[in-house]
Ligand binder design. Structure first.
Ligand code: UT7
Length: 331
């Protein structure tokens, strides 16, 4: 029997209309367009406005567009995995709401939290269900409403993040396409540099935690930057070496969009020039779990059957990883 691999057979993304520019941020905190652009590569980001709209709103938009594009009945979906750091509520899993809104009544659904590496972790998790043989259609969604956990008085974090969602469909393949290999890593010692101080079981929400602004992203940027620049490049080089791939064999690097300087260092290490790097950080900033599927969505028409892609990410945890994908279709 031929080996089953899990293939991405479709992708869609969704971002809110509201554009928060560097110029608008200049009026909110002590920053400049020049600082943000040179240090991060970001020019603007999207923000989800509207009472009662959470991350699932964007996840459902992306997933609905994908089902329509693929002409798939929601009842055919076997499972939904939502990678998110900003679920609608601490519990239940946001994926349950997404399944309900899609009408995916036959799907089991759960969230996966690995911060900015979540989409990669979810993709690998979903691929294992497919490879095991019992599941035919799995939705992997990466979505975050980062604006819900960002302190817009803190210039160190508010310039970086944005809101957005992307969804891919995973299906089985027996011709050697799809997710060929993956390396996922974690180092919990990195927690101290990037976390949310309150709202979890160590420090539940209280008047004091709200007043101390502890329900927002805390980041000590420089140690995170140093770990990201080393580890994202290392893991990308490692997966290439493991699969006997040189720079010339890679069609696209699909990097997590946290900082253009981290992406540039990863591409350099892989021996890739800019023309092979998906980059949309200037438009969307860091959408956490949304970055990689949003890239795939925007570049889908330029992808060809047989293209070798390296997906790579680094984020809180620390968590990081790389996936080698042999693309399955021409659009
Ligand atoms: O996706 C999740 C993982 N996260 C990441 O990968 C993020 C990794 N870190 C980074 O991308 C960078 O560390 C940042 C973009 C967050 C910061 O860039 P940096 O080059 O590491 O700057 P820094 O934190 O060392 O700060 C340099 C200076 C400081 O001022 P002093 O102490 O030198 O006077 C900061 O206070 O820049 C200042 N600064 C700002 N200035 C203007 C920090 N944020 C801003 C700002 N505007 N928005």
């Amino acid at each position: 029997m031929k080996k089953i691999t899990a293939c991405i057979t479709g992708v869609c993304g969704w971002v809110p209309d509201y554009v928060l520019t560097n110029q608008e941020l200049e009026k909110m905190v002590d920053t400049t367009d020049e600082w943000i652009t040179t240090r991060t590569g970001i020019k603007e980001r999207r923000i989800l406005k509207g009472e009662g709209l959470g991350t699932s709103f964007m996840a459902v938009k992306a997933a609905k567009d994908l089902l329509a594009k693929k002409k798939i009945d929601p009842l055919e979906i076997d499972a939904i995995i939502c990678a998110t750091a900003t679920p609608d509520m601490p519990f239940p899993a946001m994926a349950c709401t997404v399944a309900d809104k899609l009408g995916a009544k036959n799907a089991f659904s759960f969230d996966l939290m690995a911060a900015c590496s979540g989409f990669l972790y979810a993709l690998v998790t979903g691929s294992k269900f497919i490879e095991a043989g019992g599941y035919k259609k799995i939705l992997i969604i990466g979505a975050d409403k980062m604006s819900s956990i960002i302190d817009y008085t803190n210039r160190e974090t508010c310039v970086i993040f944005g809101d957005g969602a992307g969804a891919v469909l995973l299906e089985p393949n027996t011709e050697g396409f799809g997710i060929i290999d993956s390396i996922l890593k974690t180092d919990g010692a990195g927690c101290e540099f990037l976390h949310m101080k309150a709202g979890g079981s160590i420090k539940p929400a209280s008047i004091e935690t709200v007043n101390a602004r502890e329900h927002f992203v805390y980041q000590n940027g420089n140690p995170v930057f140093k770990a990201a620049i080393t580890n994202m490049a290392d893991v990308s080089a490692e997966i290439m070496e493991k699969n006997n791939l040189a720079g010339k064999d890679i069609a696209w690097l699909v990097p997590h969009q946290a900082n253009k300087r981290i992406i540039d260092a990863t591409a350099k290490r892989m021996g890739l020039d800019d023309s092979k790097v998906m980059l949309n950080i200037q438009k969307y900033g860091n959408t956490t779990n949304g970055t990689i599927p949003l890239c795939l969505w925007e570049w889908e028409k330029q992808l060809h059957k047989g293209d070798n892609l390296i997906l790579a990410a680094f984020g809180a945890g620390f968590s990081w990883g790389a996936i080698y994908v042999k693309w399955q279709y021409n659009s």
